[in-house]
Design a protein around this ligand. Sequence first.
Ligand code: MLC
Ligand code: AMP
Length: 463
Amino acid sequence: MLLPLLSPQAPDDPDAVVVGDIRFSREDVVGAATSVAERIRGAHTLAVLAEPSIDTVLAVLGGLIAGVTIVPVPPDSGVRELGHILTDSGAQAWLGPAPADPTIPVIPVRRYARSWHSHPEPPADATALILYTSGTTGLPKGVPLTRAAIGSGLDALAEAWDWTHHDRLAHGLPLFHVHGLILGVLGPLRRGGSLHHTVKPTPAAYAAAASAGATLFFGVPTVWHRVADDPESARTLSSARLLVSGSAPLPVPVFTSIRELTGHQIVERYGMTETLITVSTRSDGERRPGWVGLPLRGAETRLRLDGADQPHDGATVGDLQVRGPMLARGYLNRPEATAESWLDDGWFDTGDVAMIDPSGMHRIVGRAATDLIKSGGFRIGAGEIETVLLGHPAVREVAVVGEPDEQLGQRIVAYVVGDPVEPGVLIDLVADELSAHKRPREIRFLDALPRNAMGKVQKKLLG
Ligand code: MLC
Ligand code: AMP
């Protein structure tokens, strides 16, 4: 069973799921999610506008109970991104809140409706969720994730972190990605523990959750950076059992500040939408700043260069490849992209460059492609932003890069050649067409882009 919390045998908890100031007991969650399941039975794929709200939690759980594939959509998706996700996923309707002027039907989520009907457990290889994630070019790709992959990925993390039903998880991450939704909502429900979603991942909200009894905290490095900058809130987290960082590299100074302020050494874990989490430091093991830990139970890793295995000597770098039961099997509707990353014998080429030491500790050194940007823990393709900017009549040429940023890890900067135009106009164009977190933080105007003899833009010379 994917979510034992939803079984009638689980003990009740009056605060099983708290999102902002909405509190649902386990019985409320089971009754309301089952009522959603009743309404959608027989559908195959539904889209959920994944705002950080109880409705999103109920819609996703309703889909899981009914065996209907759910497509969580970033709530600030612009027209281009939204249109693509709906068409590509084949979503039949919105479940819960919908954007203005929806192009498909809308099925409401009734927070206070209850049903106690018992639904059969869907097959383990059924697609539970389709998550969208950016590539270097083109619009985001759909990643179908089975119930079996989600279940084994969550169990492997539970083993590494000693995560049990005694834990109360707190975080304020978005509900349309692996981190906030799969780990952050399905994780506690699979363990039979409880969840406190703070809506926004602010230091004050995390401190309040700690005071209210949260034991486990999730954040992307930008969040931990902000916590470290707010010592009073940070000190409140001393009462936690475990602090976890992931989705982007955790800077060593942030690890050190958090240790000084809270007494906790942050556990760091590494993963991807396509693979779920495959490597993590352990709650009972070494937490080495700058390193992301050991393969999780069931996961295997290797370093490759030019088709050959590289030594695990803590110094040699190679392309990180992973394999295990938590992996997706390919992209939706993208056989060529699938063939590029899913290799023979179940290995997946992550596109990350890493080193592994003799004890099995992994260090992520960087990405093989400069055109994939990580900003605030969001994965963003330079190509998708360039395509939108080229759609503006003033823009003749453009190159988008990720430049180092203390808080965001990388900030999106667009280099533009063209006619004079207000930077804000171009920034808003990207926010409106794609989503707000993909907007460039800065536009820099140039007379020409640096190119090599072949005419290819030399992004490394920008900045
Ligand atoms: C500003 N805003 C604009 C705008 N300028 N909106 C539209 N157009 C413009 N021109 C708005 C934003 O929408 C937002 O609104 C507000 O201004 C501030 O936005 P921000 O500066 O972009 O960021 P901030 O809110 O401070 O976000 C930082 C953050 C966020 C850390 C909270 O980056 C975040 O949530 N990151 C998490 C990413 C994540 O979960 N990744 C996991 C991927 S899974 P408003 O109203 O929203 O405040 C994965 C696998 C794994 O990687 O390993 O986990
Ligand atoms: P996403 O598709 O949003 O799931 O992003 C996955 C990418 O995030 C990985 O390929 C890595 O580049 C990056 N990532 C995730 N966790 C970590 C980590 N702990 N350290 C460094 N990079 C990470």
